[in-house]
Design a protein around this ligand. Structure first.
Ligand SMILES: [Zn+2]
Length: 199
């Protein structure tokens, strides 16, 4: 059983606290979902190093050996999602007006229309989701077109840790299974990111 203290930190023997304050952004008022990522790096150390720049980051990081780090408070937003895809299109329930607007491919305009909706009419975003990063590279690393790279498979230890972590988070944060996504489902990312992750 997983305990979350008033500062948004988890107390459990399976979780190592390694908060990088640089990635903690605005207060998170509500948690609607969980987004699962891969780091496109080969070690937890390289991910933690890049977090220090204060740009993107997530709340948890799962190393190759299954070690789980908490890297940001659960009461703080982190930047891990990016521009939202139109949920109505993915779920095939767009209105004629929405379909008309989507004819012109513009991730920025789509994001602006999505973000004013509420979950489940849009996907969870930076402002209301927990991010879980799994250490793993998109290969071959020297391929210039990022869409032609393929993310590594999760190790067995990573799979076990991810399942356990999501189970605990779902239970303590009351997140429904229907609001847990791989990153490329909700944003414009390489479609193999976290493809081998399951929960
Ligand atoms: Zn991602």
């Amino acid at each position: 059983m997983f305990l979350i203290d008033m500062n948004g930190k988890v107390t459990h023997e399976r979780i190592k606290l390694n908060i990088v304050m640089a990635i903690e952004k605005k207060p998170m008022k509500k948690i609607e979902g969980i987004i699962v990522h891969q780091t496109d790096g080969s070690t937890a150390k390289s991910a933690l190093e890049s977090y220090k720049s204060g740009k993107s980051g997530a709340h948890f990081l799962i190393d190759k050996d299954g070690t789980i780090y908490q890297t940001a408070s659960l009461i703080k937003q982190t930047w891990h999602v990016g521009k939202l895809k139109p949920r109505c299109l993915v779920e095939m329930r767009c209105t004629p007006t929405e379909l008309q607007q989507l004819k012109k491919f513009s991730p920025s305009a789509t994001h602006r229309r999505e973000i004013v909706k509420s979950v489940p009419f849009r996907f969870p975003s930076n402002q209301d989701s927990i991010g879980i990063e799994i250490v793993g590279q998109a290969l071959p690393a020297n391929e210039p077109d990022p869409d032609k790279r393929t993310y590594e498979k999760l190790t067995e230890e990573q799979s076990n840790s991810l399942k356990w972590l999501i189970q605990e988070l779902r239970f303590s944060l009351k997140v429904p299974l229907s609001e847990i996504f791989r990153h490329p489902t909700v944003s414009y990312k390489n479609k193999t990111e976290a493809a081998t992750a399951s929960w």
